[in-house]
Design a protein around this ligand. Structure first.
Ligand SMILES: Nc1nc2c(ncn2[C@@H]2O[C@H](COP(=O)(O)OP(=O)(O)OP(=O)(O)O)[C@@H](O)[C@H]2O)c(=O)[nH]1
Ligand SMILES: [Mg+2]
Ligand SMILES: [Zn+2]
Length: 296
């Protein structure tokens, strides 16, 4: 089909297509209607871009405060992808019925301070779900997050007819069991919600960003860009007179967000070096740039 060369998946949830009818109930997909935007990642195994969803108005990053544990660096990665896609990020912090620890509460406050909408909610007790529903009315929203955080459970509270299958969290590893296996778009025409449920994933490789572009996807760095002694060529990793590093020192940029910046940047630089040298892509297994849940 036209327009899909180079993608890992031909079509994504949220795509609009042109159909050539062949009977009253069947048709052939002829062409993809140009996408307003695509939210996705680089698929390491397939060595190609993978669209999770297309034509979205909001990215909902679902996190759990407990079981599985809160992983703010995963949210940092999603925030970069949402900024790159040009779509607002909503952080749905689920399972608040299990209690929020002090550090996690602080990190959530940091996200809020950066302008991201944070909704503390529980699919189990239903607290905060009305607020989430209000935030998503009239939008196409893609739910993203690690396995077991409760994406499908939250979708079921907003759209009870969706009846998405949910699964338990493994006691041994304290992570989900990949219950949802396909991205699926769920609609409620009357109430005007379009929600896209997606499978949780463990590995979120960051690839298609120029290393020098990365700082522009960190809202707390934006106003400082160009103020470093090395100007636009500053990588904000080691340079003398770096305005970003000075802001980290002062505590104006939260140290753990900066840590995420450094890790993502190292990963992007490593891959851009490999591309230039035409090296084989870095193998996925036993790879220090493979971000397992524990390392985020
Ligand atoms: N305590 C508590 N448990 C919840 C809450 N929301 C979901 N769960 C439980 O968490 C487990 C995982 O929920 P799912 O909705 O399947 O999670 P998911 O994010 O869709 O997981 P994948 O489809 O594997 O990516 C289930 O056992 C749910 O019952 C909540 O607010 N509080
Ligand atoms: Mg699910
Ligand atoms: Zn700098």
């Amino acid at each position: 089909m036209r327009g899909l060369e180079g993608w890992y998946n031909a079509l994504a949830a949220g795509d609009a297509v042109k159909i050539q009818p062949i009977s009253s109930s069947e048709g052939l997909i002829e062409a993809l209607v140009p996408r307003k935007n695509v939210f996705g990642r680089f698929n390491e195994k397939g060595s190609a871009d993978q669209a999770f969803a297309a034509n979205v108005d909001a990215v909902v990053c679902v996190a759990s405060v407990n079981s599985p544990p809160f992983r703010p660096r995963f949210i940092d990665r999603i925030s970069v992808l949402a900024e790159q896609c040009g779509v607002p990020l909503i952080i749905a912090c689920n399972k608040v019925d299990l209690g929020i620890g002090e550090d996690d509460a602080e990190r959530l406050g940091i996200f809020e301070g950066l302008g991201f909408r944070v909704i503390r909610c529980s699919a189990k007790s239903q607290s905060g779900t009305a607020e989430l529903k209000d935030a998503l009315r009239g939008k196409v929203s893609v739910f993203i997050g690690q396995s077991g955080v409760g994406k499908s459970s939250l979708i079921n509270t907003i759209l009870p007819d969706a009846a998405q299958r949910t699964g338990e969290v493994s006691e041994k590893y304290n992570r989900g069991k990949h219950t949802t296996t396909l991205a699926v778009l769920l609609d409620s025409k009357d109430e005007n919600f379009t929600l896209i449920d997606t499978p949780g994933f463990r590995n979120l490789a960051m690839r298609n960003i120029e290393p020098d572009q990365l700082s522009s996807y960190f809202p707390e760095m934006l106003s400082l860009l160009g103020r470093c002694d090395f100007g636009a060529s500053c990588s904000h990793t080691h340079e003398e007179g770096c305005a970003v590093m000075a802001a980290v020192e002062r505590g104006d940029i939260f140290h753990d967000r900066y840590e995420s910046y450094l890790r993502i940047r190292a990963e992007l630089e490593d891959n851009s070096r490999r591309r230039k040298k035409n090296d084989a892509p870095r193998p996925v297994r036993n790879d220090k740039f493979r971000y397992e849940e524990e390392e985020w």
